[in-house]
Design a protein around this ligand. Sequence first.
Ligand code: NDP
Ligand code: MG
Length: 379
Amino acid sequence: MKSVGILGASGSIGKSALDVIDLHSDRFALTFVSVHTNLKVLEEIVSRFCLSHVLVTDDKALQEARRRFPHIHVYSADDMSEFLRGFPVDIVLNAIVGTAGLVPSMTLASCGRDIALANKESLVCAGELMMEAAKRSGSRIFPVDSEHSAIWQCLNASPGQRPEKLYLTASGGAFRDMNREEIARADARRALCHPNWSMGSKITIDSATLINKGLEVMEACWLFDMTPEEVEVLIHRQSIIHSMVQFEDGSIIAQLGTPDMRLPISYALSYPHRLKNDYPRADLLSVGTLEFSSVDHRRFPGLSLCVEALKEGGDRPMVLNVANEWMVEKYLEGKAGFYDITDWIGRSMDRIGKIEQPSLQELLERKEVVRDFLEEYFV
Ligand code: NDP
Ligand code: MG
């Protein structure tokens, strides 16, 4: 029996993870969850899994949760780091969205916990600090992002062999078949219609801008110790090949499956074992053709912005990430256009002075600096 904690249990990944744990209740025991605001989902989880420890990270929701659940331990955002260090658990899934996931990831990596990592933003913002902390403490980071899970599975097929190249596949997002003028006019409602995956709103917008793929290039470089030049992005509209590894003999190994996040979540929780399930199988005959094409950087400038931030290093990926989060929020609210997102990420990176070797504290302080900049200048 493996004990599991889930941070961000009320989100899209969180709910898929609860399904996996439910299906394999003979192997996994859920011992705690966090939610930010969604107490309705929390209530269901508490009764479905008989939980006695939960975290509620939003202050207002916390007060209400303490009233609603007087019989269990309800911890706050301020308690989170101490709780994660002290609570005995075999593996923690970090499925919080955005930079809010950074401190929990760093805490888990510093105290030697196994982490199933969905929150790519933490590696993007603090990849170097996090990988160093994990190395020092013995913490293992198991990727949940489907592309990285695919690469990890391909690498596990040839243990100890350094890959020559990684191919990250991308569906192309909601606007893949539209021209630049149409994309410029399209609102968030349209961007939220992802052709293949059902996900939270922030990552669905990130898929439309291809920023998501850029964040994934950064994530892949940290997880698998690759340079940006060794990672190639391919548009693969069927989302059947989740990513590929090319070895030094020229062989390419791919991982295929349906676009269903329960598969990578299962593998991260059960590694090195594969668990039987009855989820729908990929029907290759009905898929028929697997297509690949290159990224159109004119329509989707987000990917090169990310690669640039990664190459520049220091606090640049954090600045990019915070600016992206802020701009995505504005786009979702209808207060920014689609290309404002990448334009204002570029401006933030140009105008905000660089810190070369930021500490975690300095990285966290960048949040306010970037937000202040955007609040002052973005109109
Ligand atoms: P969702 O928006 O569906 O869920 C986000 C979760 O984070 C919710 O539980 C939410 O709580 C919680 N949350 C939001 N803000 C905060 C905060 N400030 N502090 C603490 N918790 C917070 O996101 P997804 O599940 O789609 O994505 C989660 C992560 O996984 C992201 O980093 C994403 O990039 C990554 N990922 C997601 C994939 C997917 O298929 N969805 C695929 C690959 C990676 P509440 O709802 O209670 O307010
Ligand atoms: Mg992904």
